[in-house]
Each structure stands twice: as structure tokens, then as C-alpha cells.
Design a protein around this ligand. Sequence first.
Ligand code: 4FV
Length: 251
Amino acid sequence: MQFDIITLFPEMFSALNYGIVGRAKKQDLLSLRFWNPRDFVQDKQQGRVDDRPYGGGPGMVMQVQPLRDAINKAKQADDTAAKIIYLSPQGRLIKQADIQRFAEQPKIILIAGRYEGIDERVISNDIDEEWSIGDYILSGGELAAMVMIDAIVRLLPGALGDPTSAINESFSDSLDGLLDYPHYTRPVIDSNGQAVPEVLINGDHEAIRRWRLMQSLGRTYLKRPDLLTNRSLNPEEAVLLQKFLECSKEK
Ligand code: 4FV
């Protein structure tokens, strides 16, 4: 998968050289290419990529020309059709289902803004989609771009040691929009004398499956009830959620 990133700070993306994404890069499951609008500034005197906002107000705005030229270069860098995405708080909130859709793209061009943002004419003329990673304000789009790349790369075939791990996790298909169940590993009794739940060490896989589903349902009900509003429960799930709530009441 090809990622072309329009950014004033390409060096920030060295953060992607580690862990699963770092290994995927080495395995050429993805390649990153950077385009710095500063290299496309025509007005060498002024030499700026930003300017004061029309209508006044604080801060600066990134200018059309350096951005547009960088985007066109990224598009022409190969003949692969690209989806052009601008990361901003005005974008739709990214969900795992969107990440799954992005992971099917052969090439994505990501525009990381700085300052107050970019000239609206780039948004209305040069990009396909505007996405946000969350309802808060960052100082630049680079971290948001890296969040997206990390979430996408994990879904690329071969990126995860065990492909099933991408299947069984929060918001993934198998958990179908539920929060993940709790994870435990050795020792069976920890330094506080707290034990791993018995069901997980008895080897009864059907009982383990039901316990984990009950935990996912219960934790989602308690921590993210919004995730259950437009999700119907099948009969087994309804029984398991009830059981979870009865147990948590007794505690
Ligand atoms: C952001 C977000 C974000 C806004 C002004 C960059 C900053 C600055 N991007 N999801 N939340 N961007 O806060 O994607 O230019």
C-alpha cells in the first residue's frame, strides 16, 4: 500500500519506524513518500507556505499554491489511483469500519495541515474526503495522519504476526462493535494475590468463548453504552449481558 504525505514536518514520521508498522515497512507491505509544501513555494522572496487570514483573526492559513502543487506531484508520482484525504477537526470522525475501507485502497494521499488550517479552496477542489481522529485540536495533522496509517497498516495481510489477532479485537468484525474482553497472562496469581479467572485456565473453549463475549457485552454496556444503541443483541448475548449485570450487582 502506498501512502503519500503532504507535510511541513516529514521527519515526524520516523515514529512509524517501530513495532508492527516498522516491521511492515521493512516487509514492503507499505511505502511512505513525503511532499513538503515548502519545496513548492513559487514566490521565493516571500518564501512562505502560509499567510494571514482574509477577514482577520488569529493565526495563519496554509496557502493554496504550495499545497496544490505538492498534491499534484503526489498524484503524478505513479499511475495508481489515489484517495486524497485531509485530516481536520471538521472531518467525519474515523471509525474502525472506515479504517477497514481505507485498507483496501492501493494508494492514499494524506494532507497534514498546520497553523489554523488550509485555504478552503484546497478542501473544496483538491481533496476527496475530510476525516477527524477526534473532537480535540492538535497543533498539526501529522499525528492524525500517523494514527490513521498505524490503524490501516495493522489490517494489511501479513502485517500482524497472527492474522486472527486483528479479527478478535475491539470494534472488529468478530466483536462486532463491542469493546474487547479482558486479557490475562502468567503468572496465574499476581503479586497482589489476584488470580486469573478460573474459566480461562480450564481449557473449555466454549466456556471461554461465552465468558469473553459476556465480558465484552458487559464492559460495553458499562463503559460505552453508545456502542449498543444501534446494535441489537441476539438471544445468547441478551442472556449473557443479563448474567453479567447480575454478577456485577452482587459484587
Ligand atoms: C485534527 C483532528 C486536528 C487543526 C488545526 C491541525 C489540527 C491544525 N486533524 N483530527 N482532530 N488538526 O486537530 O485530524 O492545522
